[in-house]
Structure formats: structure tokens, C-alpha cells
Design a protein around this ligand. Structure first.
Ligand code: MN
Length: 291
């Protein structure tokens, strides 16, 4: 479908696949839904993993993620509800609160823990892993951390509202997170019933929509209407604009896009490099205390 806007042709991104998350356990026994980084979707370059967690049962999250290493990519934690305490081996520590984002560049290596800062109530959020190119996998670790109050929101006609975590919208709202290597767009969008969200996305980026609560109505590659339910991920095929609609109820979803790196990926648990030899080196460096 092409539509002409101000003499500029835009190509709508259609839904090429719908992925259901897979129940998984990670850390010391945290129940989560693995959406990217599972057999149905091993990666969506530059995105290596997407975990969604949502539970009000303390036994499903209290164990948290005790100290563990990372090398070669970035971990992005976005909390909708609850509090998580983060602490690393370089002395960096803080609490991510509801509506806050932590964009951590693990680079050459970090050992950290991520533990719920609560003993009851709802813990809900996401962790996204974003790859780094070969030339930057061994960069020094770095953080971009912002509480909810530092994440700009945009209100549009028809009751459409969004929070802009990374990237710049077509209406020039700029998210606080900056990463030129993958040029990410990370939006948290709310639509009232019967509304439509249209946003441009760089045409060379890979992109997806993840439904927090739905349903979200979109168009598939055949031009048919497709409904995405809560916890569905829709891969947005190539194009330069996203069009998503609500049905008879309000909806909330993430729209995430990033520039693919098109490099070989070698994975070894918490390490993501380009070759097996680099993964083995990461294990040696970690085991010998060089992180
Ligand atoms: Mn971690």
C-alpha cells in the first residue's frame, strides 16, 4: 500500500509474522515470557532477546537475577510496574522504578545483579538485548538511565499518547536514550478505542510491535486485517511507516525499531560476540576475573 503525503511516497510496514512468547525461567527462578531469543524467533537484528515479565506472585520474581556477566551488547530494562535494584562490579548501583528505563552498554564486560526491590505487588516490564557491532563490542561499559519524569510524552489527536524512550518521532519528540550504532526507536503507545497510530520509521531498520494489552489491529502482507493479542509480537515488514489501530477497547503496545548490523552472531549465554573464539575468550576472561 502506498499513500502520497506531501509528495513523499511512504510504504506502510505490514505484519510479516506474529510470534507468541514462550514461557521460560531465568536468573535464580524468575518466570518470564521469552519473545525474541527463542526457537520461533532467534533474533531480529539488532535485537537479540526480548523478555516480558508480569507477575503479582512474589514466588515468581523474588529470586531475581543474582550476579552474572555480560559482554558484547546492551541490555535495556523498561519497567511498567514495580522496582528493580541494579548493582555492578564497578560500583554502579541504582533502582529502576515504574516508568523508568535503564539502557546498559555492557561492552567489554560487566558483572551485575538485577533484584526486585519489593516483596509483594506487581512487577511488570521488559528486558531487550540490543547487539553492538564488532568494532564496539569491547568498548567500556556505560549507562543511560532515566526515571519516568525524564521520558517525554506526546499527545496526539484522538486521544493517542506515547512515551518516547529512544529515537525521535515525526513530531520531533526526542527520547533521552541515544545510540548512533543502532539508531533505536523505542515507543510506548496508548490508544483509546477506535483510534489509529501512524509513525514513520527508517526504512532500513528492522521493527516490531509488542502488545501490552490489546487487541491491536494491523494489516498483514496479504493486505488482510490481523489482530494481535496481549503478549503477541508482530514483526513489521520493510517500509517506512507504521500504522496500528485499536478495536473496541483501549490498547497499549511497544513499537521498537533498530538498524540491523548484518554481522555474524556467536552466542554463549550472557555473551554475544561475532565468533566462537571470542565467546571462549569471554568465558576465560570472566573465569579469570578480568571483567
Ligand atoms: Mn543482566
Amino acid at each position: 500500500m502506498t499513500v502520497s503525503t506531501e509528495n513523499k511516497k511512504t510504504m506502510a510496514r505490514r505484519i510479516s509474522r506474529v510470534i507468541r512468547g514462550m514461557r521460560a525461567t531465568d536468573g535464580a527462578g524468575v518466570e518470564l515470557t521469552r519473545v525474541i531469543g527463542q526457537p520461533a524467533l532467534t533474533m531480529l537484528d539488532p535485537f537479540l532477546l526480548l523478555d516480558a515479565f508480569r507477575s503479582d506472585k512474589p514466588e515468581e520474581y523474588l529470586a531475581g537475577f543474582p550476579p552474572h556477566p555480560h559482554r558484547g551488547f546492551e541490555t535495556v530494562t523498561y519497567l511498567l510496574n514495580g522496582r528493580m535494584r541494579h548493582r555492578d562490579n564497578a560500583g554502579h548501583e541504582g533502582v529502576i522504578e515504574a516508568g523508568g528505563i535503564q539502557w546498559m552498554t555492557a561492552g567489554r564486560g560487566i558483572v551485575h545483579s538485577e533484584m526486585p526491590e519489593q516483596e509483594n505487588g506487581l512487577l511488570e516490564g521488559f528486558q531487550l538485548w540490543v547487539n553492538l557491532p564488532a568494532a564496539h563490542k569491547m568498548d567500556a561499559p556505560a549507562y543511560q538511565e532515566y526515571p519516568a519524569s525524564h521520558i517525554p510524552s506526546e499527545t496526539r489527536e484522538g486521544g493517542v499518547s506515547l512515551r518516547v524512550i529512544a529515537g525521535t518521532t515525526s513530531r520531533n519528540t526526542r527520547g533521552p536514550v541515544v545510540q548512533p550504532l543502532t539508531d533505536p526507536l523505542y515507543l510506548d503507545v496508548k490508544l483509546p478505542a477506535g483510534a489509529e497510530f501512524v509513525e514513520s520509521t527508517p526504512s532500513e531498520h528492522n521493527a516490531f510491535v509488542y502488545v501490552i494489552h490489546g487487541p491491536v489491529v494491523a494489516t498483514d502482507l496479504q493486505g488482510d486485517s490481523v489482530q494481535l493479542k496481549r503478549d503477541d509480537l508482530g514483526i513489521l515488514a520493510r517500509g517506512d511507516a507504521v500504522t496500528l489501530r485499536s478495536g473496541g477497547t483501549e490498547t497499549r503496545f511497544l513499537v521498537v525499531a533498530g538498524k540491523p548490523l548484518n554481522e555474524p552472531v556467536a552466542r554463549g549465554g550472557p555473551f554475544v560476540m561475532n565468533t566462537r573464539a571470542e565467546i571462549e575468550q569471554a568465558h576465560r576472561d570472566y573465569n579469570q576475573g578480568r571483567f
